[in-house]
Ligand binder design. Structure first.
Ligand SMILES: Nc1nc2c(ncn2[C@@H]2O[C@H](COP(=O)(O)OP(=O)(O)OP(=O)(O)O)[C@@H](O)[C@H]2O)c(=O)[nH]1
Length: 373
């Protein structure tokens, strides 16, 4: 990778926000809007089964998936991100902006630092800004989560390091509550503008091209570089196991401390047999009615009995959406689901899902036939 000093560094936006806050919704808004930017998108997912790439709408933009795992604390994932960046920057003429969507459980500061762990990459990119989506309906219990007393609270950190905050899902919350939430957000981040949004609809000039970090890129090789900047209070808890830069230790080389709450995990399932859509919806609604404090997020692309289309399942705590989407076309229909939360009982969840599989295969109906029915 050669560096042409006359070439302008490519701005990088980090898109972050807790599970289900609306990052993919914003990404789809960005990818389908005529904004004049040519954007390369890099995604990171928390669960083992990739659902997110199916949720991103088709567009002309290129989408890259970094290795599975938490981008803020798994060295392999960050190395993978650097490799993708190196490859991307070899054909820098083909795009003018990079957007990185972090997983909902990521701390964006070490992700930002990753851009500067490789000198050649660091010369060619500039961090444009951190854009944080906040779920107006669900954020409060995560900000005050008592189980996180000894761990990093990503919902807090994501707000603290933001340059722009989108208070999303403002359609689901009363204006007085939104005002209280804005006060709470302001107590964590004094400077970032807070924009209320519905379905992450925002004027893109307010979130792209911010040029928030104009300092020397090489000074950002340590994930702590954001401390003291933009009201960052240093929520990332460092200790003797902390693998990133502390003086002489090369940044991001040793294994970093995992200060995430270990009780939060993901479980994933795949099924070839189709689901009985009604039975599945009822069963998941029943489950979320009693376990929605612990089950933070459910995502799935589903094969439904008697329907030619994929179905998209989206759950955020108690709110569950189940919608038909694109036909399967040439792809063999199959389902994949990811649950993220605390105390997830793999076997019990599997048994619940298996009980919702269709008993007998019936001929698949085409969408037109279904609409006519
Ligand atoms: N009512 C309402 N629903 C929204 C809004 N924005 C997004 N959603 C829904 O919230 C759910 C989660 O949205 P995503 O965009 O997938 O959230 P995400 O942050 O990418 O989620 P993760 O992949 O878990 O990190 C989906 O069902 C969206 O349709 C909004 O403003 N209002």
């Amino acid at each position: 990778m050669t560096h042409n000093p006359t070439q302008r560094p490519v701005p990088v936006t980090i898109l972050t926000g807790f599970l289900g806050a609306g990052k993919t919704t914003l990404l789809n808004h960005i990818l389908t809007e005529r904004h004049g930017h040519r954007i390369a998108v890099i995604e990171n997912e928390f669960g083992e089964v990739d659902v997110d790439s199916d949720l991103v709408l088709a567009s002309e933009e290129e989408i890259f998936q970094v290795a599975n795992g938490c981008i803020c604390c798994v060295v392999d994932v960050r190395n993978d991100l650097v490799e993708i960046l190196q490859k991307l920057l070899e054909r820098q003429d083909q795009f003018d902006h990079i957007l990185v969507e972090t997983s909902g459980l990521a701390d964006p500061s070490p992700v930002a630092a990753t851009f500067f762990m490789d000198n050649e990459v660091a010369k060619k990119v500039v961090l444009d800004g951190v854009v944080t989506l906040v779920d107006a309906l669900h954020v409060q219990p995560h900000l005050d989560d008592p189980a996180l007393a000894e761990y990093d609270n990503q919902a807090v950190t994501q707000i603290v390091v933001a340059d722009r905050i989108l208070l999303n899902k403002s359609d689901l919350v009363a204006p007085a509550q939104l005002q209280d939430l804005e006060g709470r957000i302001r107590s964590l981040n004094q400077s970032a503008p807070i924009l209320r949004t519905v379905q992450a609809q925002v004027d893109l000039s307010l979130i792209l091209g911010l040029q928030s970090f104009e300092s020397d890129a090489l000074s950002m090789t340590d994930p702590h570089f954001l401390e003291g900047v933009h009201g960052h209070s240093g929520d990332h808890a460092c200790d003797a196991h902390c693998g990133h830069g502390h003086g002489a230790v090369p940044p991001l080389v040793a294994a970093p401390a995992h200060t995430h709450d270990p009780s939060v995990a993901s479980v994933s399932f795949t099924f070839d047999r189709p689901f009985d859509a009604q039975r599945l919806q009822r069963s998941l609604q029943d489950l979320l009615a009693i376990r929605s404090d612990d089950i933070f997020r459910v995502k799935g692309i589903l094969h439904v009995q008697g329907d030619e289309r994929r179905h998209v399942l989206q759950g955020v705590h108690r709110i569950l959406e189940f919608k038909p989407s694109m036909p399967w076309w040439d792809e063999t229909p199959a389902s994949k689901l990811v649950f993220i939360g605390r105390h997830l009982q793999d076997q019990k969840l599997r048994a619940r899902l298996e009980a919702c599989l269709a008993a007998h295969a019936t001929p698949t109906a085409f969408p037109e036939a279904l609409e006519a029915a």
